[in-house]
Design a protein around this ligand. Structure first.
Ligand code: G
Ligand code: G
Ligand code: NA
Length: 259
């Protein structure tokens, strides 16, 4: 249903936009950054969620172009917000697709361009990666280059799919993002399930911290879940409890209202 022409034209006619979800620091008791999340406002089909088109964009080879647009737009938006909110240390998490690691030169160029165009401090940029066994060989050297630019690297969806404990020591990471299925299970009404989830979560936080990695806990929706993960050692929280992904125009009012 979606072809490359349609995706290219969508980039040119600005049908893509980014929404932003806050990331909250427990230690600092404030929002310290946002994750940029892609949306497609299709002229006929309305809002198309990324799960319905990113894999197609990856297959037909437009992810480098789309990824370039995402990096530039997200950096520009967060710098604007830093200035408007006078919170100059706000961080931006940006998703990079595994296929972008097939053309590392383009990815690094895009990142450098996004940084220089926006003037953002590179250490405020976090690149979120998901592991994919196909591209794993080309990843470590490219990740090192990203780190050399000064950016941070977070591994997404930890605890699902390919991301394994071994990778935590093989890749030059700064953070892991715990998949929201973790939090969901902590809260299970089934006592056996929830106590198992508790053990696993404690282990993951402990391991991450022992390796010097920060943890973003995704999918926190309730005060109960927040209390549980805080006790377990969570440091950064992303979830509907704080806010759903919001439009760019909503970020400044959101920050002002949470101070
Ligand atoms: O925002 P939502 O929950 O619909 O996102 C679903 C998934 O789509 C995310 O977990 C993420 O993996 C992917 N995604 C969202 N935005 C981006 C983006 O800008 N780039 C890439 N590569 N993936 C994205
Ligand atoms: O894996 P990744 O970080 O790319 O996923 C981000 C997506 O997860 C966002 O698009 C958002 O819609 C979704 N998300 C974030 N917080 C919550 C939450 O508390 N509950 C649920 N169900 N989804 C969430
Ligand atoms: Na992500």
């Amino acid at each position: 249903i979606t072809n490359s022409l349609e995706l290219y034209s969508a980039i040119n006619s600005e049908e893509f936009y980014l929404v932003y979800q806050p990331i909250y620091s427990i230690a600092l008791d404030k929002v310290t950054g946002f994750e940029a999340l892609l949306r497609w406002n299709h002229p006929e089909r309305g809002i198309v969620p990324p799960n319905n088109f990113i894999s197609i964009a990856e297959e037909i080879g437009v992810m480098d172009v789309l990824g370039d647009w995402i990096l530039r737009k997200a950096c520009l938006d967060i710098v604007k917000l830093q200035q408007a909110s006078q919170q100059t240390d706000l961080m931006i998490n940006i998703n990079v697709s595994p296929v972008q690691f097939l053309n590392p030169g383009i990815l690094i160029n895009s990142l450098e361009a996004a940084i220089s165009e926006s003037g953002i401090a590179p250490q405020l940029v976090r690149v979120e990666i998901t592991e994919s066994s196909e591209f794993i060989d080309s990843m470590p050297s490219t990740l090192k280059k990203i780190r050399a630019l000064g950016c941070e690297i977070a591994i997404d969806d930890f605890g699902t799919g390919y991301s394994s404990i071994v990778q935590l020591t093989k890749l030059p990471l700064n953070l892991i993002k715990v998949d929201r299925s973790f939090v969901f299970q902590l809260d299970s009404q089934d006592p056996e399930k929830s106590s198992q989830a508790l053990l696993i979560a404690r282990g993951v936080y402990g391991l991450a911290h022992a390796l010097g990695l920060n943890v973003i806990t995704e999918g926190v929706e309730t005060a109960e879940q927040l209390a549980i993960v805080t006790k377990l050692g969570a440091d950064l929280i992303q979830g509907f409890y704080y806010a759903k992904p919001m439009y760019e125009s909503e970020m400044l009012p959101y920050l002002q209202q949470t101070i």
